[in-house]
Design a binder for this molecule. Structure first.
Ligand code: GLN
Length: 261
């Protein structure tokens, strides 16, 4: 490891903690010794609960970043639309929640190099398929609060979405007839329909990229985050992490489905 780089990063984190120490983050912030990740843990395989523990692809990436900084990782779980405001308020150093890079968000935070290329899809009942965006015009479309799926409904369909606190609660609302269709990111959408033979997903409605968000204007800290992501990618470890946690999230979803029946 590049020692000079490491020292700069530590200095940045310590300085940041000192600033936060008398600020808003007091209750949640361990002043030193930990890197704090803020997330929203209803988004398998990126972040989800296994028992009480929050696990997933984003957790593994943030653990690798914490390791590079010689610190442990602390995770805090909030609603998705509070993830970036909490980061900006100094409650965490890293925001990782399958966060799509958008121009609006770039005005609020800085993003790492992207680590996933993805997009949103319809989740629909097979006897009522939705393929193209316009198929949902005038229909009740369920989405998670504050997401790019919500933006899509407003901007591309010119209507208001029905808001839910997770992709799973939007899906449950579709099953009980409260919405006609759900839009969600493809990976959590694939997870939702595991063990659900009556439901399917469409092709991509958008092309998006996920990245980790950090507070603006911390070039040294962002450089460390990028270095870790680049190394995970180049070594093939990122693909391993993705495969491992996709399989674990799917197994969990299938077990939950079997329990519910
Ligand atoms: N990628 C989507 C977004 O950033 C959804 C993320 C999420 O729900 N965790 O808006």
């Amino acid at each position: 490891m590049n020692v000079k780089f490491f020292n700069i990063a530590l200095a940045t984190v310590v300085a940041a903690s000192a600033v936060f120490a008398d600020g808003e983050a007091k209750e949640t912030a361990p002043a030193t010794g930990a890197v704090r990740m803020i997330t929203e843990a209803t988004f398998p395989p990126y972040e989800f609960r296994q028992g009480t523990e929050i696990v997933g692809i984003d957790v593994e990436i943030c653990k690798a970043i914490a390791k590079e900084l010689g610190k442990e990782l602390k995770i805090e779980d909030v609603e998705f639309d509070s993830v970036l405001p909490s980061l900006i308020a100094g409650k965490a150093e890293l925001a990782a929640a399958g966060i799509t890079v958008t121009e609006d968000r770039k005005m609020m935070v800085d993003f790492s190099h992207p680590y996933v290329r993805t997009g949103i899809v319809f989740v629909y009942a097979k006897d009522r398929p939705f393929e193209k965006g316009e198929d949902a015009k005038g229909k009740r479309v369920g989405v998670q609060n504050g997401t790019t799926s919500a933006d899509f409904v407003r901007e591309q369909l010119g209507q208001d979405p029905e808001m839910f606190d997770s992709p799973a609660s939007a899906f449950a609302a579709m099953k009980s007839g409260k919405v006609d269709v759900v839009i969600a990111d493809i990976d959590p959408a694939k997870n939702l329909i595991k063990g659900e033979p009556d439901y399917d997903i469409s092709d991509f409605l958008t092309v998006e990229e996920y990245a980790i968000a950090v507070k603006k204007n911390q070039p040294e800290f962002l450089a460390i985050v990028n270095k870790v992501i680049d190394e995970l990618d180049a070594s093939g470890k990122l693909d391993e992490i993705k495969d491992e946690w996709t399989a674990k999230a799917d197994a969990l979803q299938e077990a939950e489905g079997a329990k519910a029946e």
